[in-house]
Every structure is written in structure tokens, then in C-alpha cells.
Design a protein around this ligand. Structure first.
Ligand SMILES: C[S@@+](CC[C@H](N)C(=O)[O-])C[C@H]1O[C@@H](n2cnc3c(N)ncnc32)[C@H](O)[C@@H]1O
Length: 172
């Protein structure tokens, strides 16, 4: 409950960055875990971890968590003391990648200026063989990473039991 109130507070303060009124559901978390498990094993980075709604389901993969909000980071550190949690803009962390990774992305991209820098960074990482795959969820119908030159892309799952219902896209 505390997590939901904190999340709503953050949404009201910055709707573009937080993107929804409540954290993702366990159904979406499980769908993302299932999608990741079907991909090549690699180091995982979760960007936009929020209160840890997705982290809860992928924590066994030992992801690095990147979250821009300080309060969310404090909560993540409490709940996931064994994970590496970075309080930073995801763009800064992506620039530092020097070994192959898979990315779980929760940052909303619709009408978000973040996307303008995010897309070229992903293209660069993928071209250099450092980005193995990317799993992202979206509330809209459009391909969220259509501008990235992935060899393969698929709208893999649709999760109705989430507010709002979400599509899980997988790129590799
Ligand atoms: C839609 S919420 C998802 C939260 C959580 N993963 C979930 O599914 O409930 C988006 C999260 O991305 C974070 N975020 C937004 N922009 C970011 C950025 N540039 N770098 C890192 N995190 C960011 C927000 O603070 C928020 O926690």
C-alpha cells in the first residue's frame, strides 16, 4: 500500500516520467520474466525500476537496477539489498556499457523527450554488439522501439490484468 501511495505521489508530480498511476501488476512482472527467460542468458539491466514491481519477478537474474528517483532508489535498496542499485538517469548508465547486456525497460517513451537520446544510444549499443536483447512494455499499440535496427522484434505478450493493460515487446 505504501508503495502504491508513493508511486501515485510521484506520478502526480511527474506524469511523463512515471507513466502510470500504480506500479505494474504481478501478471505483467511474470510476463516479462517469462519473456526474458526465453532469450540468451546475459547480464541484465533494468531501467526505471520504480518501486520494484518488475524487479520482484526478475531478481533471480541479479539485474543492475537503474532508477532516476531518489525515494524509489531508497525503497529498492531496502527491498533488494543484494542488488546493485544506481540512482541515475538511464542514459548515463547506457553510455558506460562495455560488456554485453540485456535490457528490461520500464521508462515510458510516449511523448517523452528521453526517447530522442535513448533511440540513438540503443542503435549504437546494438551495432557494437553490446546490446543482446531488449524487453519493454507499453500501453499503446505502436512498436515502441521501431526506430532501433534490431534484427528481430515481436509483440510477444498482452497482459490484460494490468492498469492499464500492457503489451510486452521483445527485440533481439
Ligand atoms: C512506468 S514506471 C515503471 C516502474 C516499475 N518498473 C513498474 O513497472 O511498476 C517508470 C519508472 O521509470 C523511472 N524513470 C523515468 N525516467 C527515467 C530515467 N531517465 N532514468 C531512470 N529511470 C527513469 C521513473 O522514475 C519510474 O520509476
Amino acid at each position: 500500500m505504501r508503495k502504491n501511495i508513493l508511486f501515485l505521489k510521484k506520478y502526480l508530480k511527474n506524469p511523463q516520467s512515471v507513466g502510470s498511476v500504480i506500479p505494474s501488476s504481478e501478471f505483467l512482472g511474470k510476463a516479462i520474466f517469462k519473456s526474458v527467460k526465453e532469450l540468451d542468458r546475459t547480464a541484465v539491466i533494468e531501467i526505471g525500476a520504480g518501486t520494484g514491481a518488475i524487479t520482484q519477478h526478475i531478481s533471480s537474474l541479479n539485474p543492475v537496477l537503474v532508477e532516476i528517483d531518489k525515494e524509489f532508489c531508497a525503497l529498492l535498496r531496502q527491498n533488494y539489498p543484494n542488488l546493485n542499485i544506481v540512482n541515475s538517469c538511464a542514459l548515463e548508465q547506457l553510455k558506460k556499457i562495455d560488456k554485453r547486456v540485456g535490457l528490461v525497460v520500464s521508462i515510458p517513451l510516449i511523448n517523452n523527450p528521453f526517447k530522442l537520446s535513448f533511440i540513438p544510444l540503443l542503435n549504437d549499443l546494438y551495432a557494437r554488439g553490446l546490446l543482446t536483447w531488449c524487453v519493454i512494455f507499453t500501453y499503446g499499440l505502436n512498436d515502441p522501439l521501431g526506430q532501433v535496427n534490431f534484427e528481430s522484434k515481436k509483440r510477444k505478450r498482452f497482459v490484460l490484468q494490468n492498469i492499464p493493460p500492457a503489451h510486452v515487446w521483445v527485440y533481439s
